[in-house]
Design a binder for this molecule. Structure first.
Ligand SMILES: NC(=O)c1ccc[n+]([C@@H]2O[C@H](COP(=O)([O-])OP(=O)(O)OC[C@H]3O[C@@H](n4cnc5c(N)ncnc54)[C@H](OP(=O)(O)O)[C@@H]3O)[C@@H](O)[C@H]2O)c1
Length: 246
């Protein structure tokens, strides 16, 4: 596959692109920090073990004017695109966001509005090329309105619905949408938070996501136990949700 990845410098994006490089997929990295991008690209080149250079370009989810140019560079370097992976995103606690309206606006913009704008650019390119896979990381936080993730969860709920709509509208034209819903995964994003039972590790999650990409699975919960946890949480009455703390 010829794949462009936004968010491969850390966490689950780094784990996923490592697996893809090791099996011979051709990658192009997008991100906001040139030094981190260069380091990630070099790491992937070593893992790929061939002489191919892995290209990268600046792309910041807070700067939508750069999306077109970044994807153009990726497509030109790879000679086309078979897949686009979006693991970029930000998180802050509900308490922090309630106290800082600017931070709340930034999170809502990055995790929903800008991510959708980026995906729209990616979708157009993939469809123009005859189809391909758009794999985007949403969250179980978007499954139900919950006290600790009111704002983050709202952004991810919007993203999940958008991806569902893309699947319904464009699957027949060759666009394979993979919506990844992580539960709690131990990455830099969750550092300092107390891990619940069934917390996952990024490398194990990446293996599950790669398998979903290969199979074209439209929705995947990672680790898998979160599918059943969220089934239970979705069924709880509102009166219970008001009383419990999760
Ligand atoms: N970890 C979890 O438990 C969990 C649970 C549910 C959902 N998720 C979602 O899964 C995805 C990956 O999470 P993760 O834990 O792997 O996160 P992570 O380790 O914090 O990595 C986040 C990535 O996003 C990039 N990024 C952040 N802001 C950006 C921006 N404005 N423009 C471009 N790139 C930006 C970061 O790049 P830099 O190197 O420049 O910082 C980094 O590569 C996210 O969408 C997250 O919301 C995570």
């Amino acid at each position: 596959m010829r794949v462009v990845a936004l968010g491969a410098t850390r966490g689950m994006g780094r784990s996923l692109t490592r697996l893809m490089a090791e099996r011979g997929d051709r990658l192009f990295l997008l991100g906001r920090d040139p030094e981190e991008l260069a380091k990630a690209a070099r790491d992937l080149e070593i893992r790929a073990g061939n002489d191919l250079q892995i290209g990268s370009a600046h792309c910041d989810l807070e700067d939508p004017d750069g999306f077109t140019g970044a994807l153009d560079r990726a497509a030109a370097t790879l000679g086309g695109l078979d897949g686009v992976i979006v693991t970029a995103g930000i998180f802050a606690t509900q308490e922090a966001l309630e106290q800082d309206p600017a931070a709340a606006r930034r999170l809502l913009e990055v995790d929903f509005v800008r991510t959708v704008e980026f995906c729209e650019e990616a979708r157009r390119r993939l469809l123009t090329g005859g189809g391909g896979t758009l794999c985007v990381f949403s969250s179980v936080a978007g499954e139900r309105g919950r006290k600790p993730v009111v704002l983050y969860g709202a952004a991810k709920a919007g993203l999940t619905r958008y991806l569902e709509g893309l699947d319904h509208k464009f699957r027949g034209q060759g666009l394979v949408t993979v919506c990844v819903k992580p539960g709690f995964v131990r990455t830099g994003m969750t550092a300092g938070l107390s891990a619940p039972p069934f917390a996952g590790e990024p490398d194990a999650v990446a293996r599950q996501v790669l398998s979903a990409i290969d199979r074209g699975t439209p929705v995947i919960y990672v680790p898998g136990a979160w599918r059943w946890i969220m089934l239970m949480i979705r069924s709880l009455p509102r009166a219970v949700m008001r009383r419990v703390g999760f």
